[in-house]
Ligand binder design. Structure first.
Ligand code: PGA
Length: 238
């Protein structure tokens, strides 16, 4: 992984959009792994603008959801599903046949993981994987632990993930588990863009930049990826 410092979150989003669009020009049916949350929303807005100015640019792109809160209904405003539909599928006019997703409230989460793995085997790997980082160092819902999991699995969420703003305002008990692609699934991506923005990420960015590779900070494994680019804005920079 290499990293770049950007002056602002706007600059970070613009640079990330340029990188995605450059890849898309080389591969029209690129499979984009889409993180959710506040960090990538500026990138997705830039892509929506590009869809307006360059008709046809996204006519073959495919999107894959990386993770999901377990136990919420699919149309709950807090799901990653709703986020991706709002921020990507609708503005980029992506039909459901170009969207690889999974259920937030499956009858059997274990069977859903098997279905995710089958879907990944058929349609993967991801070409460009957009990632954010949790304040605890997670990527997707690969949470800090003594060991990590290669493929789709049920993640037990740490307290900090349970308090993520996506679900914090919902009232009631926050989800305590999630579904997520695993570390190998993410690592097979041809290119990874790790986006880090905002002062809340300063402490974890300091740890990440120490280049100490540890499963206690899952994002640190990205130092081992041959084509990962980490964009950090000034507010997040330690
Ligand atoms: P954020 O979420 O972009 O909303 O900060 C990142 C994450 O927790 O993975």
């Amino acid at each position: 992984m290499i990293h770049h410092l950007l002056d602002s979150s706007e600059d970070l989003s613009r640079r990330a959009a340029e990188l995605v669009i450059d890849e898309l020009k080389q591969k029209k049916n690129l499979l984009l792994g889409a993180a959710t949350g506040s960090t990538p929303s500026g990138l997705y807005s830039r892509l929506a603008e590009a869809a307006e100015t360059t008709p046809g640019l996204f006519s073959a792109i495919r999107i894959m959801k990386l993770d999901e809160w377990l136990g919420l209904s699919m149309d709950d405003p807090a799901t990653c599903e709703t986020y991706i539909r709002t921020h990507l599928l609708q503005p980029l006019k992506i039909s459901d046949d170009r969207y690889l997703t999974f259920h937030s409230n499956p009858i059997s989460p274990t069977a859903e993981c098997r279905a995710i793995n089958d879907m990944f085997d058929t349609h993967g790997p991801i070409d460009v994987c957009i990632l954010g980082i949790g304040v605890n160092g997670h990527i997707a819902f690969n949470e800090p632990a003594g060991s990590l999991t290669p493929h789709a699995h049920i993640a037990t969420l740490t307290q900090s993930s349970q308090h993520h703003p996506m679900v914090a305002g919902r009232g009631g008990n926050p989800p305590t588990s999630g579904l997520t692609l695993g570390m190998t699934d993410i690592f097979r991506s041809r290119m990874i863009l790790l986006l880090i923005s905002g002062s809340a990420k300063k402490a974890i960015t300091r740890d990440l930049l120490s280049q100490n590779i540890t499963t206690a900070l899952p994002a640190s494994l990205l130092w081992l990826h041959p084509n990962a680019i980490c964009l950090i804005d000034r507010e997040a920079y330690p």
